[in-house]
Design a protein around this ligand. Structure first.
Ligand SMILES: *Cc1c(COP(=O)(O)O)cnc(C)c1O
Length: 360
């Protein structure tokens, strides 16, 4: 990977000298199943509602800093109050602000790799220490006992559910215990929760756990990664912290308008989510039936698959079939693993056919 020039290394803050410019490793391909986007078209009536909302949005005025109209739609969807919600420029902005507010020098993030790599990246940017409690090497199950033992020393914690890239969900009863054991806020990153079984969200714990923060995004189930919109749900005093430190205009007027129209129409997304769930099961069965592959059950819109020569197979999928998937084989604990987003039935058929051809 690239590094900063020697000139820049001498100019940036010393702790940033070793930083590597982000390389999304993006190649335009015919079928892109590398970023867990929703590859289905937006329902036509939702797209029309979004277009109407965008057309009616003046561009000359600054946005409402708190996205109150959108907050009200989100509050209605989740059965909470506006005061329980803060909107951000993608979930990523809220993750960064979470580390900025509650992490920092001399403080510690409780983290459970393999998981979303942004957590450790944002910890490094905010000079937050990281206490990694690794998942089980074979099953990727959380080490609940080690987490509860480490929690009293953590300033903040993040648990991903469903976890990216392993696909498993956390038990609500465990999050309740973790919230009680951790003196700081505990975030459950539910970016993929719409694809999980009913009853898996930890939102129901918010009332009993005032240090719980639940992260959501419109990038996955809502198929709106391009508009950059995420939000957290938490107790009002936690939301006040997020509101106080955010860049006030980070959520632009077009994003607020489009997101409000989409959230208002959230029922229209159920058939798409159902189809992705059923395609996920079909893909899982097909991949699990191949003795050369290991695949883990997933509650997200993606599957983690281990195989011999994974990096080479990913390259050949890209170069010979124009199919892009994500290579995790370099990541600790994920050797030989590729992550494949569940796409449309046609895309998934192509993945299965291409893999069968490459593995022979
Ligand atoms: C995609 C994702 C997010 C948020 O993505 P945004 O596009 O920034 O909203 C957060 N957490 C996980 C684990 C993700 O995979």
């Amino acid at each position: 990977m690239a590094e900063l020039s020697a000139r820049m290394r001498s100019m940036v803050q010393p702790y940033l000298a070793g930083i590597e410019p982000y390389d999304p490793n993006f190649t335009p391909t015919r079928i892109n199943l590398s970023a867990n986007e929703n590859t289905y078209p937006l329902p036509a009536d939702v797209r029309e509602a979004v277009d109407r909302a965008l057309a009616a949005t003046p561009l000359n005025r600054y946005p409402d800093p708190m996205s109150n109209e959108l907050r009200d739609e989100l509050a209605a969807r989740h059965g909470v109050a506006r005061e329980n919600i803060c909107v951000g420029n993608g979930g990523d902005e809220l993750l960064f602000n979470f580390l900025l507010a509650f992490g920092g020098e001399g403080r510690q993030l409780l983290n459970c790799p393999p998981c979303f790599s942004e957590y450790e990246f944002f910890a490094s940017l905010t000079r937050t220490g990281v206490r990694n409690v690794r998942r089980d090497r074979k099953t990727f199950a959380l080490d609940e006992r080690a987490l509860l033992a480490a929690a009293p020393h953590a300033s903040l914690a993040i648990i991903t559910s469903p976890n990216n890239p392993t696909g498993d969900v956390v038990e609500c009863s465990f999050i309740e215990r973790l919230c009680h054991a951790c003196p700081g806020p505990v975030m459950v990153d539910e970016a993929y929760i719409e694809f999980a079984d009913a009853g898996t969200s930890t939102e129901g714990l918010l009332e009993d756990c005032p240090n719980l923060v639940v992260l959501h995004t419109l990038s996955k189930a809502f198929g709106a990664a391009g508009i950059r919109c995420g939000y957290v749900i938490a107790a009002p005093d936690v939301i006040e912290v997020f509101a106080a430190i955010r860049q006030i205009y980070s959520v632009n007027v077009l994003t607020q308008a489009a997101a409000a129209a989409m959230v208002r129409a959230h029922d229209a997304f159920s058939p798409v989510v159902e189809q992705i769930r059923s395609e996920r099961e079909r893909m899982y069965r097909a991949l699990a039936a191949d003795g050369r592959l290991t695949v883990w059950p997933s509650q997200g819109n993606f599957l983690l698959v281990r195989m011999e020569g994974a990096s080479r197979i990913r390259e050949r999928l890209r170069d010979e079939f124009s199919i892009l998937v994500r290579d995790f084989s370099y990541a600790p604990g994920l050797d030989g693993c590729l992550r494949i987003t569940v796409g449309t039935p046609e895309e998934n058929d192509e993945v299965l056919a291409a893999l069968a051809a490459l593995l022979d």
